[in-house]
Ligand binder design. Structure first.
Ligand SMILES: Nc1ncnc2c1ncn2[C@@H]1O[C@H](COP(=O)(O)OP(=O)(O)OP(=O)(O)O)[C@@H](O)[C@H]1O
Ligand SMILES: [Mg+2]
Length: 285
C-alpha cells in the first residue's frame, strides 16, 4: 500500500515526540526466536536498529541462536536436551555454541546492519571481559550453562561512544577459562541493568506472555513481577518463557524503565513498540 504524502508526513511527525524522548537513551534489544530465522524479518529488525541509531538511540543488540545451535549439533550427530528451557551443555556443546553464536550469527548480523547503512561491531562475553560467567546452579546439572557473575560494560560503552551498534553473543568464561553458554535473555537483562538502560525489549516467537500458552488470544498485556513465581509454579509459564520472565523481573528490580516481551513475527515490531502508543506484547512492572 502506497502512503499518500499527507499520511507519510503524519507518520513522521507523530514519531517526533518519541524520537526526542529516546535521544541519547540506551535500548537493549534481545533478538531471537523466529525473527532470527526468517530473512525478511531479520532485515526488518536490522533496519529498525539502524534507524534507531540514526536518530540518536544507543542501540545494543543481544542475540540468541538456539535453533542454529541445535541444527549444527544435529549435523554433528548430537541431540539437544533441554531442562527448564535451558540447553544441557557439555564441553563440546559449549564449543559449538561459541562457534555458532560468536563466529557465525554475530558476524552475519553485523554484515546485515552494514547493508542497511549502519555500523556495527560483534562482541561476545569474552571481549573486554564483558560477561564474567560461572556455572549456573540448578537442581539438575546443566553442564556449561553459565550465569553472569559480573558485567563489565566498558567495551560496550566504547563501541557506543564510537558510533557502533554492539552486537553481542552471549558466551562467557570464568577465571579458569571454562566457556559457558549463557541464556541470551538473561544476559540482555543483566546488561540492560548495568548500562542503566531505558528499555529492555525481548523479541520472541509468540505475542508475549500468554495466560494459556496454546492460545494466542490470551495475551497478558502487563504483569507485576510479584505474580511471576505463581505463574511458573502453576505451569502457565514453562520452557524458554521461564528464564525470559525471570530476567524481566530482574531488569525491573534493577530499575530498567520499560521492560517488554514483544512479538518478533510482526515486521518492525521494535519501531511500533518504541515510536507509538500501541502497547504490543507484555509489559513488566
Ligand atoms: N505462558 C507462556 N506464554 C508464552 N509462551 C510460553 C509460555 N510458556 C511457555 N512458552 C514458550 O516459550 C517460548 C519462547 O521461549 P524460547 O526460548 O523458545 O524462544 P526465544 O527465547 O524467543 O528464542 P531463543 O531462545 O532462540 O533466543 C514460546 O515459543 C512458547 O512455546
Ligand atoms: Mg529462549
Amino acid at each position: 500500500m502506497e502512503l499518500s504524502n499527507a499520511d507519510m508526513a503524519r507518520v513522521l511527525t507523530q514519531a517526533l515526540p518519541y524520537i526526542q524522548k529516546y535521544d541519547g537513551k540506551t535500548v537493549v534489544i534481545k533478538y531471537g526466536g523466529n525473527a532470527m530465522i526468517d530473512e525478511e524479518l531479520k532485515s526488518a529488525v536490522m533496519c529498525d536498529a539502524v534507524l534507531l541509531a540514526a536518530v540518536g538511540v544507543r542501540v545494543v543488540l543481544v542475540h540468541g541462536g538456539g535453533p542454529e545451535i541445535t541444527a549444527t549439533l544435529q549435523r554433528m550427530g548430537k541431540e539437544s536436551r533441554f531442562v527448564g528451557g535451558l540447553r544441557y551443555t557439555d564441553r563440546e556443546t559449549a564449543e559449538v555454541a561459541q562457534m555458532v553464536l560468536a563466529g557465525k550469527l554475530s558476524k552475519d548480523l553485523v554484515a546485515a546492519i552494514g547493508r542497511h547503512g549502519g555500523r556495527a561491531v560483534g562482541l561476545c562475553g569474552m571481549d573486554g571481559g564483558l560477561f564474567e560467567a560461572r556455572k549456573k546452579q540448578s537442581d539438575t546439572d546443566l553442564g556449561f550453562v553459565g550465569e553472569i557473575a559480573a558485567v563489565n560494560t566498558a567495551v560496550v560503552e566504547d563501541a557506543l561512544h564510537s558510533g557502533y551498534i554492539p552486537v553481542i553473543a552471549t558466551v562467557g568464561t570464568d577465571r579458569e577459562g571454562n566457556v559457558y553458554n549463557i541464556n541470551a535473555d538473561t544476559a540482555a537483562a543483566a546488561l540492560a541493568g548495568s548500562l542503566g538502560a531505558e528499555n529492555l525489549i525481548l523479541m520472541t516467537d509468540v505475542r508475549g506472555l500468554l495466560e494459556n500458552p496454546g492460545d494466542e488470544s490470551t495475551l497478558i498485556a502487563d504483569v507485576g513481577i510479584a505474580s511471576l513465581p505463581a505463574l511458573i509454579e502453576q505451569g502457565i509459564v514453562s520452557g524458554g518463557m521461564i528464564p525470559k520472565c525471570e530476567c524481566c523481573a530482574a531488569a525491573v528490580r534493577e530499575g530498567v524503565g520499560h521492560t517488554v516481551i514483544i512479538d518478533g513475527r510482526i515486521p518492525h515490531s521494535i519501531l511500533i513498540e518504541l515510536f507509538s502508543d500501541k502497547g504490543i506484547g507484555t509489559l513488566f512492572h
